[in-house]
Write a protein that binds this ligand. Structure first.
Ligand code: ATP
Ligand code: HSE
Length: 316
């Protein structure tokens, strides 16, 4: 949790002078986030967030931000970069691609309510529909092929029971490939956990961190949201929050009968994906002699996968 690149007031003032955003009043590093450096910036006109991309070249950033810019033109509350006085939105500070976005009000929800789940469901469906006319979604680098390849790499870190679970689930998912391919698909957020949304009470003010957005099944995106926002103490899903989420989503884009029949498969796939990515993150943290925070442990998603599998068995 860090800001990796330090900035002086003079550097920031120089950057802001290219925009029509008023004078610099204050700036504070934002410690949440592990990937990029973010600053909360107050000018005489309004509040902004300045992001310096730590690991990406300008062309990659252009590609990441394409979706946010598209959704910004449709008045969705996502961090879309502000243009400077000559229409340029991608700048460079300390040799790092840099953007300035509107700072949204609100905070990350903590005790998730049914109203918040309904709101995020509605917003996700809006996101799917509003992005559907933007061509060439990015390839999902954490999709099915990655599940297969990373699973064999990571299996040496697992005990026998987890290895058996992983092998069995991959075989199940492989058998379901043809069905997955028939699901309605397009751009998906792919990481809409509750720490990537802002709320003011029960009112959703923004969805953030579109940098994993890629092509995928829309139901899969909804399942990623369900596994996090509706998580229950027994490692499964809370039925009331899950119902609220689906009601919210369907109020904008009703699910087809085929999609509704695929829930269990897709919830399992979404749990598997984050079990694997957290296992990988654990391995990487260990190599730096660090640990993942308690709320990002792989076991949470392994246990959720087990819960979904037990559900499908109990349905017979
Ligand atoms: N436009 C914005 N308005 C308000 N707050 C924002 C905005 N952009 C970022 N933030 C705040 O900064 C934090 C970090 O942003 P973000 O999640 O994009 O970080 P990151 O390091 O790029 O990604 P990661 O979550 O993968 O570590 C967010 O959790 C949020 O609190
Ligand atoms: N949202 C992810 C981390 C960022 O991709 C997780 O909780 O595992």
């Amino acid at each position: 949790m860090a800001v990796y690149t330090s900035l002086t007031a003079a550097e920031l003032t120089d950057l802001l002078s290219q925009y029509d955003v008023g004078e610099l009043v204050a700036y504070t590093p934002i410690s949440a986030g592990i990937e990029n450096s973010n600053y909360a910036v107050t000018t005489s006109q309004r509040e902004y967030v300045l992001t310096l991309f730590e690991h990406h070249a300008p062309d990659e950033v252009r590609n990441f931000v394409r979706l946010a810019r598209h959704l910004g033109t449709k008045a969705m509350s996502v961090p879309s970069p502000v243009e400077d006085a000559s229409g340029v939105w991608l700048h460079s500070l300390k040799n790092k691609p840099t953007i300035l976005c509107q700072r949204f009000a609100g905070s990350h929800p903590d005790q998730l309510s049914e109203q918040q789940c309904e709101a995020i469901g509605r917003e996700l469906a809006e996101f799917h529909l509003a992005s559907s006319d933007l061509p060439d979604p990015r390839h999902d680098e954490r999709g099915y092929d990655w599940w297969q390849s990373i699973a064999s790499e990571l299996s040496t870190d697992l005990n026998a029971s987890d290895k058996a679970l992983l092998t069995d689930e991959l075989a199940f998912q492989q058998a379901q490939r043809a069905q997955w391919c028939q699901l309605p698909h397009g751009w998906i957020h792919a990481d809409l956990f509750h720490d990537n949304a802002l709320f003011d009470g029960d009112e959703l003010t923004a969805i953030l961190d579109l940098y994993n957005a890629c092509e995928g099944a829309w139901l899969y995106d909804l399942a990623i949201v369900a596994n996090d926002w509706c998580a229950s103490d027994d490692s499964g899903l809370d039925p009331k929050r899950f119902e609220a989420l689906v009601i919210g989503y369907q109020s904008v884009r009703p699910l087809s009968e085929f999609e509704s029949g695929m829930w269990n498969t897709v919830l399992r796939g979404a749990a598997l994906r984050f079990w694997l990515s957290r296992l990988l993150a654990t391995r990487m943290a260990k190599s730096r002699s660090e640990e993942l925070p308690a709320h990002k442990q792989p076991t949470e998603y392994r246990d959720r996968l087990r819960w979904h599998r037990a559900k499908s068995l109990s349905k017979g």
